[in-house]
Design a protein around this ligand. Structure first.
Ligand SMILES: [Zn+2]
Ligand SMILES: [Zn+2]
Length: 293
């Protein structure tokens, strides 16, 4: 299975407009792989995108991706869905146009909970469904669907203890390898539910309390409040140790983490035994048995 990490960023892309910190200055000057625009993953065999940040238009162009049939949505937060409007471009008819309605519209795959939240917050039904730009399909926790011969299973969990299932991950199984994509909000993901034979886990990185120089990123009170619901990098490593996939690629890497591409390369050296890598925008990941890496 071939996977492209279209975007390895999170809620705070790199460079942040108006910021002159060392991370943002470097990213502005050097571009990829120093810049990070948002969180999105593309699974080629399934022709499936997971999440649609604002920059998804540019990401698809940049990677020359020409065929997207499914857009899976992990959760309703703005930084993961503000680019859903890209369905306008997907599967468009040739010219001359006779109708806005497409013959083969892309399918936006969401849980029923996510659909209701998107409907309220973003008016998506009027924007997409009524125009015929896209169709919606529901996939709830534990349900499976076929995408171009790849079996996709949804795993859902709560954003806060005792809450409803609002966060979703998607497992792609082509019969030869298993890839799990859990882009964000993994604090309350029950790792006991995950398969023990994952070949690849693309997952949230988690927060760092300090920069690489040891200077705090968050004041004590904010750190305490944030980490009630947000996973830390250390907790992410624990989850990876629990699941032990063959490879892990971390995404949702925020400007707030105060680390450059080079800092992450250095840090990942400490986790060689886990085969854990920090992703970057445009990273190509192959799960093929004959892949060299
Ligand atoms: Zn900055
Ligand atoms: Zn989120």
């Amino acid at each position: 299975m071939d996977v492209t990490l279209l975007g390895s960023g999170g809620n705070f892309p790199i460079p942040m407009p108006t910021c002159d910190c060392r991370i943002c200055v470097e990213a502005r000057e050097r571009g990829l792989p120093f810049s990070r625009e948002g969180n999105a993953t593309f699974v080629h065999d399934a022709k499936a995108l997971v999440d649609a940040p604002e920059a998804i238009w540019r990401m698809l162009n940049r990677e020359r991706i020409a065929d997207v049939e499914y857009v899976f949505v992990s959760h309703h937060h703005s930084d993961h869905v503000r680019g859903l409007r890209v369905v306008q471009a997907l599967g468009r008819e040739g010219f001359p146009m006779s109708d806005w309605e497409k013959e083969n519209p892309p399918t936006i795959v969401v849980s029923e909970n996510t659909y209701q939240l998107l409907r309220r917050a973003h008016g998506i039904v009027a924007d997409y469904e009524d125009w015929g730009f896209a169709e919606f399909a529901f996939l709830n926790d534990g349900e499976t669907m076929d995408c171009n011969g790849v079996e996709v299973t949804c795993c859902g969990w709560e954003m806060e203890p005792g809450g409803e299932n609002l966060i979703f991950g998607f497992q792609f199984d082509d019969g030869e390898s298993k890839t799990l994509v859990t882009p964000d909000e993994t604090k309350f993901l029950d790792t006991d539910r995950l398969p023990s034979d994952l070949d690849l886990w693309v997952r949230e990185c988690g927060l760092f309390r300090t920069g690489p120089d040891g200077n705090p990123v968050f004041g004590d009170d904010l750190w305490e409040a944030e980490t009630e619901l947000e996973i830390t990098f250390e907790e992410t490593v624990e989850q990876v140790r629990d699941v032990r996939p063959a490879r892990t690629v971390l995404t949702e890497i925020d400007e707030l983490f105060r680390r450059s591409y080079d800092d992450f390369r250095e840090l990942e050296g400490e986790y060689d035994e886990l085969n854990l890598r920090f992703g970057h925008d445009g990273m190509e990941i192959s799960n093929r048995v004959d892949a060299l890496e």
